[in-house]
Design a protein around this ligand. Structure first.
Ligand SMILES: [Zn+2]
Length: 385
């Protein structure tokens, strides 16, 4: 591959760069992560295949494309992670104390992996900061359950706008439930980011869907245009499920598992299956876990690693989305500080006393584009995304 940068680079950072295809410097820079979870290799196959096609076509790109390898040690071993989940330790602008109260974080395999990935990201940003029109980060994953393809986004208007180009279901505000993802970190440093989940780990079609997503991403970012018939072809490859509308969804419930070896999902659930409140979903320490709300089951855990048992998502109404897009661009959010029980923490954050502001707090702050994080029984902090 054409990874021929001069020697004056930080080795640790650029080692992570699996390949790069340079193009017009003034264009966008697209950075693709693959294998952040070591048992999810579909993304790796997909990016390598796209790179070799780009090389063969000798394309003149309007921008540059990079790929960064994720958890190298876990990929070698074929496991999700070695010591700790590499996609859960990027909280709060990369504060390592967040993920290891024991203070041993520096020695975990994933801490070293995350540092190297961070250096690679910084190296790319530094190299292109002056000229690039924008940066877009894409993270490729697969799921342990059977699933159609879908997109995970931190709910900013810019992310929404790009994600909407792809005819697949889109999950908003995932970062409120799953903390410390790599894409939250990217989002916090101010760049566009999309997570693409291609389907089941073991499904061959997950590779094809990841490839299709990458070609479409380069097209919509105008790095490399496709013909209309190619767009149609790749959209077809994404293999949309007719019973899962390609609209927006938000997380309404998140089942956290303390010991994944004591948790067993009932067999047969596919991602996005519709479930009713009270449906038995899993067993934990021998006790039946029922759905606390109705909706669609999301990312049921069918592997013995990871702490997210399942989530329940619901469709977001188009009206709500339009209203929130309108409000976020308006000055009205300046008035939020005058609501009862709302205190200013800083320019981008409010603290809410739930004993005073009882109703619709989360909904109102979501509308205005805030991330809502519970910090105590009676308090939440709302961060501007
Ligand atoms: Zn993953």
């Amino acid at each position: 591959m054409r990874n021929s940068e001069p020697q004056d680079v930080i080795i640790q950072g650029t080692e992570r760069i699996r390949w790069s295809v340079p193009g017009k410097e003034e264009g966008p820079v697209m950075v693709v992560f693959a294998g952040i979870h070591g048992n999810e290799t579909a993304g790796i196959h997909a990016i390598d295949s796209v790179a070799s096609d780009l090389d063969e076509a000798n394309s003149d790109l309007n921008g540059s494309v990079y790929s960064i390898t994720g958890n190298m040690r876990a990929l070698e071993l074929g496991v999700r992670y070695v010591d700790t989940d590499l996609n859960r330790l990027w909280e709060n602008g990369f504060d390592r104390s967040q993920y290891s109260p024991s203070g041993t974080a520096n020695h975990t395999v994933e801490y070293k992996e995350s540092l190297e990935i961070k250096r690679a990201v910084e190296w790319i940003l530094d190299k292109h900061r002056e000229k690039a029109s924008r940066f877009i980060f894409i993270d490729l994953h697969t799921t342990s359950s059977e699933s159609c393809a879908f997109i995970l986004i931190n709910d900013t208007l810019a992310n929404r706008e790009l994600a909407r180009k792809f005819p697949v279901p889109q999950i908003l505000g995932f970062e409120e439930n799953i903390h410390g993802t790599l894409l939250s970190y990217i989002n916090n440093i101010g760049h566009l980011s999309l997570g693409f989940e291609a389907g089941a780990h073991t499904d061959e079609a997950s590779i094809e869907r990841s490839k299709a997503f990458l070609w479409l991403a380069m097209h919509w970012l105008e790095i490399r245009r496709l013909s209309d018939s190619d767009v149609e072809y790749y959209e077809h490859q994404l293999d949309i499920h007719p019973n899962v509308p390609d609209s927006y969804y938000e997380v309404n419930y998140h089942k956290i598992v303390n010991d994944p070896t004591k948790f067993e999902m009932k067999s047969g659930f596919q991602n996005f299956d519709i479930i009713k409140k009270g449906t038995p979903l899993a067993k934990e320490h021998g006790e039946v876990i029922e759905a606390p709300v109705s909706g669609r089951i999301f990312m049921p855990l069918y592997q013995k690693k990871g702490r997210d048992g399942f989530l329940i998502i619901n469709e977001v109404s188009p009206f709500w989305l339009k209203l929130s897009a309108y409000l976020r661009k308006s000055f009205v959010h300046k008035l939020l500080r005058f609501l009862p029980g709302v205190y200013v923490v800083n320019e981008r954050a409010f603290k809410i006393d739930l004993t005073v502001a009882k109703f619709l707090v989360k909904d109102i702050f979501h509308l205005f584009g805030y991330r809502v994080v519970r910090t105590g029984e009676d308090t939440v902090i709302c961060y501007r995304r």
